[in-house]
Design a protein around this ligand. Structure first.
Ligand code: COA
Length: 235
């Protein structure tokens, strides 16, 4: 399986776009949805996510290569998960996922019809209340063992991994995040590029795999299903 991914700032996505071009980059349903969004931050995140993922799909998806960006619509299912609409045909089996954080966007597409979830977090301090509400006893124990300087990184990688899994399962935050126990162990001290790490969950009995990488002050995580070896290609 190949996972194609891109990580960019919202400003980079908008720089590639002339304001007058916007109508030709969005499909009708996307324009309607954008018009319904009132908060500027949400509008720019939503739009940058669409532009980044559409550009990625146009570059690597065999069927979409010759398409205008406006013909590749990325809409939202009722549960919030992104879905592809091509020629009024809803492609529920396409593996796509996206995440935004602090004016950056991370998106991915997998060329196998497997589950895929991605998440992006800024490495910043997480409050004790947040950790107690969302982390398992084991995860809190791991945090207590690590040097204080590494806390923000470890806390955010654990949180990001949970969100990537919950997106891959299309659940979002509808379930207790403590039903996933992330076990980064010593793998968080690792080489650049994608690294795998462990976890347990009772949410699914399928094989799930979890990968992470660090990019300056951000942590990126990807969750995929399936047994095939994963190749990562950045766009
Ligand atoms: C899904 C969830 C984990 C998103 O995490 P987040 O850190 O808030 O936001 P991220 O930027 O990482 O991810 C957002 C993206 O996740 C995707 N997403 C949302 N719900 C999803 C789901 N159930 N399954 C898979 N992907 C989902 C969407 O593509 C969304 O981006 P978009 O709205 O621009 O299309 C979590 O917030 C959630 O469950 N949300 C449910 C919806 C909700 O509560 N909305 C409230 C206010 S907007």
């Amino acid at each position: 399986m190949t996972v194609f991914w891109s990580f960019s700032s919202i400003d980079q996505e908008f720089t590639k776009t002339k304001p007058r071009e916007l109508n030709s980059l969005l499909g009708e349903q996307e324009r309607e949805y954008l018009n319904s969004l009132r908060i500027e931050k949400r509008r720019s995140e939503w739009l940058a996510g669409r532009l980044a993922l559409k550009r990625l799909l146009q570059a690597v998806h065999a069927e979409l290569a010759g398409r205008e960006l406006s013909e590749i619509q990325i809409l939202k299912l009722e549960n919030g998960a992104p879905c592809l609409l091509i020629d009024n045909d809803l492609r529920l089996n396409e593996s796509i996922s996206l995440s935004h954080s602090n004016r950056h966007v991370f998106c991915a597409y997998a060329d196998e019809k497997d589950l895929l979830g991605v998440d992006l977090e800024l490495v910043e301090k997480r409050s004790l209340d947040f950790i107690q509400d969302f982390f398992t006893v084991d995860e809190i124990h791991q945090l207590n063992l690590c040097p204080p300087a590494d806390h923000p990184f470890l806390a955010n990688i654990i949180w990001s991994a949970k969100e990537a899994i919950l997106k891959a399962l299309s659940l979002g935050l509808t379930v207790d995040t403590r039903r996933i126990n992330i076990q980064p162990g010593s793998s968080i001290i690792s080489s650049p590029g994608w690294n795998s790490f462990g976890f347990t969950t009772d949410l699914i009995d399928k094989d799930l795999r979890l990968y992470w990488r660090r990019d300056d002050e951000f942590v990126l995580t990807i969750c995929v299903t399936g047994h095939l070896p994963v190749r990562f290609v950045q766009l």
